[in-house]
Write a protein that binds this ligand. Structure first.
Ligand code: FES
Ligand SMILES: [Fe+2]
Length: 367
């Protein structure tokens, strides 16, 4: 039997709603999930509503400036407290059904006719808290009270990909500003989006612009599949990771000369990808919506000083990655169509064997 071809997961893992449901419980409700930028809740009362696994969660900045997260669930009869995606609460969070009212810190403050319920202990009916951490300028939530801290989720992955956390630290992601966000509705399972980002066997076929900038990618091996610590070097004439190949900006302040003209792709399971290049960073955030639908939000992050300078224009950088993303997501969509076939039995070639690392993670998480 041949060993150069390794089987993919069976097709139903990409198409079956029952598998998707099980993933919500086993992975997305037990992992740290990146849900948005910290600056979106920077002042008292600002909130955002997000979905983690099967749960709706509110992230709210308190009057004390502290940001907290709660399940979007009234303790009275369970109404969603909030249906908007973002906004600001004036002073409190009032349920629109019977007006139970909670502080921005989640405590139950008042309910109509409270005097009829002398035995109601307010402290026992506050909003259900959700764990929240801040990292890279983003908000990360974990629905599980038993989960390890975020750094224990990401550091082993950074070590495996970049040799350690120091390389990422040099890019100073937490101090970068958001120059552009594009939201892609990808008609594909979330696992295919991850698998596609891991391998570069497809690069020569579908990414002419990308392989022109990063010639190594035409070999079938990218940075995730290329081994620990390896970055891809820009083509000779290329100065920046942009459509024209121009670097409009100086390198990010914390970088070393050895980071010049180098591209890194990093996956932080289960829902984040990073692209690190000398003058900017792109952060991808996956939101699994359905077995065949993944929302992917991509943020282009630049140095705030560069953004404030005359003539700052992220368009060239955005364009190169955007073209690449659309090529990738169309390929994922086509795979999704085929995975429904009863004859589906995919195989990984050697340049894709790295994807078995993801399968190992996935099988362990689902056990
Ligand atoms: S369900 Fe919220 S106050 Fe009744
Ligand atoms: Fe690709």
């Amino acid at each position: 039997m041949t060993t150069s071809l390794v089987p993919t997961l069976p097709g139903r893992f990409y198409t079956d709603p029952k598998v998707f449901e099980a993933e919500q419980r086993a992975i997305f409700e037990r992992s740290w999930m990146c849900v948005g930028r910290a600056e979106e809740v920077a002042s008292p009362g600002r909130f955002l509503r997000t979905e983690v696994g099967g749960e709706s969660v509110l992230v709210v900045a308190g009057r004390d400036g502290e940001v907290r997260a709660f399940r979007n669930l009234c303790r009275h009869r369970g109404a969603w407290l909030c249906t908007e995606e973002s906004g600001a609460f004036a002073r409190a969070i009032r349920c629109g059904y019977h007006s139970w009212t909670y502080g921005l810190d989640g405590r139950l403050l008042a309910a109509p006719n409270m005097r009829e319920m002398p035995d109601l202990v307010k402290a026992e009916h506050g909003l259900h808290p959700v764990r929240l951490q801040r990292w890279l300028g983003y908000l990360w939530l974990n629905l599980s009270s038993a989960a390890r801290p975020l750094n224990q989720q990401v550091e082993p992955q950074l070590r495996a990909r970049l040799g350690g956390p120091e390389v990422l630290e040099r890019y100073g992601v937490e101090r970068l500003g958001l120059a552009r966000r594009i939201t892609y509705e990808v008609e594909s399972n979330w696992k295919s989006v991850i698998e596609n980002f891991m391998e570069c066997y497809h690069c020569a076929t579908i990414h002419p612009e990308l392989t022109a900038a990063l010639p190594q990618f035409a070999s079938g091996y990218g940075t995730v599949s290329g081994g620990v610590g390896t970055g891809a070097r820009f083509a000779e004439h290329v100065e920046g990771f942009s459509r024209s190949g121009a670097a409009a900006r100086p390198r990010l302040p914390g970088l070393l000369p050895e980071d010049d003209r180098i591209f890194h792709g990093v996956i932080l399971r289960p829902n984040v990808f990073l692209i690190l290049v000398p003058d900017h960073v792109a952060l991808f955030r996956l939101v699994p919506v359905a077995p065949d639908h993944t929302r992917v939000l991509v943020d282009w992050l630049f140095d705030p000083d560069a953004m404030a300078a005359d003539g700052f224009d992220p368009a060239g950088a955005v364009e190169l990655l955007d073209i690449t993303n659309r090529q990738d997501f169309e390929a994922c969509r086509r795979c999704q169509l085929g995975m429904r076939s009863s004859a589906y039995a995919g195989v990984l070639v050697p340049a894709e064997h790295v994807i078995t690392d993801f399968y190992d993670y996935y099988r362990a998480a689902m056990r």
